[in-house]
Design a protein around this ligand. Structure first.
Ligand SMILES: O=P(O)(O)OC[C@@H](O)[C@@H](O)c1c[nH]c2ccccc12
Length: 263
């Protein structure tokens, strides 16, 4: 079993248990369920930087990244840096995140928030909405086309935007459909952890024009972003590069400054 298979097997178990504790009706009654969501796709289309900064305590590939920070401080720091949106990892077992992280980030900032999770069930979309997300991630590597269709359509029906993540051409071809808002190319292979931003470059021309293109993972320099912009990318998902510092907000400010002053 590769790591992705393990994560998904655990997710199935986790969901069975969660549903016993918090029924769907309770999620739908949450105050945040009524909140009007904000569009990340629109933000990326008009933004100069297009950075989506992530809150990530640890990961299966790097183990501990940073366990000492407060998610509200990180969120405020990112927002003050003028980034386009924030990604909040909510998986507990492998990434040290939680739905509470999403909730606290929501309480701290106004910018669009992405629930970064391994989504396999509509229940997780209701959770995302109830905890203040604006956008959800769907990972093509773990979903059939029919699942991508039903999950993305359900997300849209409750006002959530959809970022679909692919890592190769086959995943891209099976996934293209109108209910997606943004197409993300993950530069990291989730099964082997190998990272290369060349993947974003190669796949860029295969992505239909009407999707906002996002490059994800392994981005640590302004040069990489300048390069990717040449390939039509509007969004850049950055986690570790900010989270490994003791002040991710400050790291983001410096990065944004360099990006906006570089030719
Ligand atoms: O820390 P990085 O290399 O900047 O990567 C961020 C983000 O792209 C990565 O965390 C990610 C991309 N897709 C995912 C799917 C699940 C978990 C995590 C991810």
């Amino acid at each position: 079993m590769n790591i992705l298979d393990k994560i998904i097997a655990d997710k199935h178990k986790e969901l069975v248990l969660k549903k016993l504790v918090i029924p769907i009706s309770q999620l739908e009654q949450a105050a945040l369920f009524e909140r009007e969501t904000i569009s990340l796709a629109e933000e990326l289309k008009t933004s100069k930087t297009g950075i989506i900064a992530e809150h990530k305590r640890r990961s299966p590939s790097k183990s501990v990244i940073n366990q000492d920070l407060n998610v509200e401080d990180v969120a405020r720091g990112y927002e003050d840096a003028g980034i386009s949106g924030m990604s909040v990892l909510t998986d507990g077992k492998y990434f040290g995140g939680s739905l509470d992280d999403l909730l606290y980030a929501r309480a701290a900032v106004k910018m669009p928030l992405l629930r970064k999770e391994f989504i396999i069930d509509e229940y997780q979309l209701l959770e995302a909405k109830a905890h203040g997300a604006d956008v959800i991630l769907l990972i093509a590597a773990v979903l059939e086309r029919e699942q991508i269709k039903s999950l993305s359509e359900f997300a849209k029906s409750i006002g959530l935007e959809v970022l679909l993540e692919v890592h190769n051409e086959e995943e891209l071809q099976k996934s293209i459909m109108p209910s997606l808002d943004m197409l993300g190319v993950n530069n990291r292979n989730l099964k082997t952890f190998e990272v290369s931003i060349e993947i974003s470059k190669t796949l860029s021309e295969k992505i239909p024009e009407d999707f906002v293109k996002v490059s994800e993972s392994g981005i640590s320099s302004v040069k990489a972003i300048k390069d990717l912009q040449q390939y039509g990318y509007k969004g850049f998902l950055i986690g570790e590069n900010f989270m490994k510092t003791n002040n991710p907000g400050k790291a983001a400010v410096e990065f944004v400054r360099e990006l906006s002053t570089s030719p």
